[in-house]
Write a protein that binds this ligand. Sequence first.
Ligand SMILES: CC(C)(COP(=O)(O)OP(=O)(O)OC[C@H]1O[C@@H](n2cnc3c(N)ncnc32)[C@H](O)[C@@H]1OP(=O)(O)O)[C@@H](O)C(=O)NCCC(=O)NCCS
Length: 168
Amino acid sequence: MFQIFRASRDLLPEVVDILNSNAPLFESIVIDPANSDEVNVTLEWAQENFETREFYVIRDEGSNVGFATYQNLEKFAYVGFLFIDYGKHGKGYGSALVNYLLWRTKLDNLPALRLFVNKKANWALDFYRKLEFTILSENKEEILAMDNGIMEPFFIDNHVYMEKRISQ
Ligand SMILES: CC(C)(COP(=O)(O)OP(=O)(O)OC[C@H]1O[C@@H](n2cnc3c(N)ncnc32)[C@H](O)[C@@H]1OP(=O)(O)O)[C@@H](O)C(=O)NCCC(=O)NCCS
């Protein structure tokens, strides 16, 4: 049986390993050179992000098998990163984490959970479609014009902006 909990700082080395384990998956798609460090992150990267994002870890049988980050951006909630250990995909861990973050969003009384997905990561697009996320926009100008430019610090080129509405 798995559990999901908010990660403490001492779990960040494992978070980094989980994220980087997915490098083989991303090699199959051309990564924008500007984001070439997408699946090659460091402990410093994790520590920096830990200052502004809530990190949640999913643990099964004593092993940490995935993580996601959550931020309350006041108008909606935002998932910056969601990674399951490369050898452990397809076991329901990713869906469990997303469902947890949807519950977390509802707890914050926010109307939607939003995120960016790499346009070429068909597996991730399929995953979020299955969880009933819909595309808000694929257009940079349009995305940056939304909500008084709130996504400016988060925007990533060649990514699709998706959301799932929360039923209150
Ligand atoms: C995307 C990711 C988080 C999915 O997590 P997961 O634990 O493997 O997914 P689940 O087992 O919960 O799958 C739920 C559904 O998503 C879909 N799905 C999952 N992986 C898929 C894949 N590789 N190809 C197509 N559909 C997929 C399936 O419909 C699946 O439902 P099913 O098992 O009933 O067929 C995981 O594959 C991952 O960490 N990938 C690398 C990082 C990444 O791409 N993150 C998100 C992009 S920002």
